[in-house]
Each structure stands twice: as structure tokens, then as C-alpha cells.
Design a protein around this ligand. Structure first.
Ligand code: ADP
Ligand code: 5GP
Length: 184
């Protein structure tokens, strides 16, 4: 099974994905996307993302290297590499995707029954703002852009196979573990 995680930025997607990776290191592996945004904090090339230039990104589009790609924010491109599914499946693990809502809907359409799409829903937009501010690695201008996008993305929740409400962490992990157990 392939799991596609989507959520408005700051809703807890990385927290949910890391929960699975930490608890089941031999079962799951994260698909590493390409991005043209610079690394944040402790991010490492090849771990969170392949950080590449816009020129290289455009070359990879021409080479047809991506299953899907999006300009997620103005001037910032993110793309899922076709090779990642093959790389992770060859290692005997299940693929986790962490992509934006549009990308997730596209991936689900392409992968069909091979994938379960999971929407991580914040308890409220106010709480989302607090979490983005609390993370301390996003500028006030980017936080406003992400919140504006979040309100639009929430309307797409209905296109997902499953929804996890990330109110308290314990409750969110419980919902996620139940989904994984059901799909096994
Ligand atoms: P995303 O990957 O969706 O952008 P993160 O997983 O980075 O979001 O979470 C955003 C911030 O909110 C992080 O600082 C994270 O530690 C915090 N966070 C995540 N889930 C919760 C929760 N249930 N309660 C409080 N804070 C949370
Ligand atoms: P961030 O800059 O916070 O790491 O990511 C911003 C958004 O881009 C998040 O919603 C993340 O899931 C999304 N994203 C990351 N990789 C991809 C990808 O390959 N394709 C798409 N469509 N979105 C992605």
C-alpha cells in the first residue's frame, strides 16, 4: 500500500509521517521530492528534499522525470520523481508521500487502489496560525500566504479516502494507527 499525506501547511503532516517512520522504520519510507525552495533549519539534501535550482527543475520536467509537479507557492516548485516509488519498493518498503492537496489528488487519480489518500485536518485556522508561528521557521509573510491557501485547501478534504483530525497528538496518532492497521 502507498499512503498519500496531504494537509494545509502546518497541520501536522510531517509530524504524522515522522510518527510512522519512527515506529516502523522497516515498513515505510518517505518519497523524497524535488523542490526549488532553499533548505529550512536542519534540512538535508536527499533526506527531506532534493534541493535543486529552477533550471534543473525545468530540465527534469523536459526529461519527463516527474509523476506530478506543482508550483505550490509563487515561484516555488515541488515535484514527485517517478524513480522514488521504484526505489522504495525495491527496498521492500511501503511508500509515504507528503505532497500538497492538489498534488495528492493527482497522485491518487494516477495510483488508484494502490494508494490510500489521507487528509490531515487542523482543528481550526486559528490553531493552524499558532502552530506555524510556533514552528518558528517561516516568515510572517509566508505564514499569511500559507493560511490563505489553507482555507481553500480545506474545501478539497472531501476528495480524500480518509481524514485525520490533528487536535491532540495522541488522538491524531491513534486515528492514524487505526487506518494503517485496517489497510494491512
Ligand atoms: P506540516 O508538515 O503539515 O507543515 P508540522 O508537522 O511541521 O506540519 O507541524 C507544524 C507545527 O505544529 C510543528 O511545530 C509541530 O510540532 C506542531 N504540531 C503538530 N501537531 C500538533 C498538535 N497536535 N498539537 C500541537 N502542536 C502540533
Ligand atoms: P514545505 O515547503 O513546507 O516543505 O512544503 C510545502 C508544501 O509542498 C507542502 O504541502 C508539501 O506537502 C508540498 N510538497 C512537497 N513535495 C511535493 C511534491 O512533490 N509535489 C507536490 N505537489 N507538493 C509537494
Amino acid at each position: 500500500m502507498i499512503y498519500i499525506f496531504c494537509a494545509p501547511s502546518g497541520s501536522g503532516k510531517s509530524t504524522m509521517v515522522n510518527h510512522l517512520l519512527t515506529n516502523h522504520p522497516n515498513l515505510f519510507e518517505l518519497s523524497v521530492s524535488c523542490t526549488t525552495r532553499p533548505p529550512r533549519g536542519q534540512e538535508v539534501h536527499g533526506k527531506e528534499y532534493y534541493f535543486i535550482s529552477l533550471d534543473e527543475f525545468q530540465q527534469r520536467i523536459k526529461n519527463d522525470d516527474f509523476i506530478e509537479y506543482e508550483q505550490v507557492y509563487e515561484g516555488l516548485y515541488y515535484g514527485t520523481l517517478k524513480d522514488e516509488i521504484a526505489r522504495i519498493e525495491a527496498a521492500g518498503r511501503q511508500v509515504l508521500f507528503d505532497v500538497d492537496v492538489k498534488g495528492g489528488i493527482n497522485l491518487k487519480r494516477i495510483l488508484g487502489d494502490k494508494a490510500t489518500s489521507i487528509f490531515i485536518c487542523p482543528p481550526s485556522i486559528d490553531e493552524l496560525r499558532k502552530r506555524l508561528e510556533g514552528r518558528g521557521d517561516t516568515s510572517p509573510e509566508m505564514i499569511e500566504k500559507r493560511l490563505a491557501k489553507a482555507s481553500i485547501e480545506m474545501e478539497d478534504m472531501k476528495h480524500f479516502d480518509r481524514v485525520v483530525v490533528n487536535d491532540t497528538l495522541d488522538h491524531a496518532f491513534e486515528q492514524l494507527d487505526a487506518i494503517i492497521n485496517e489497510e494491512k
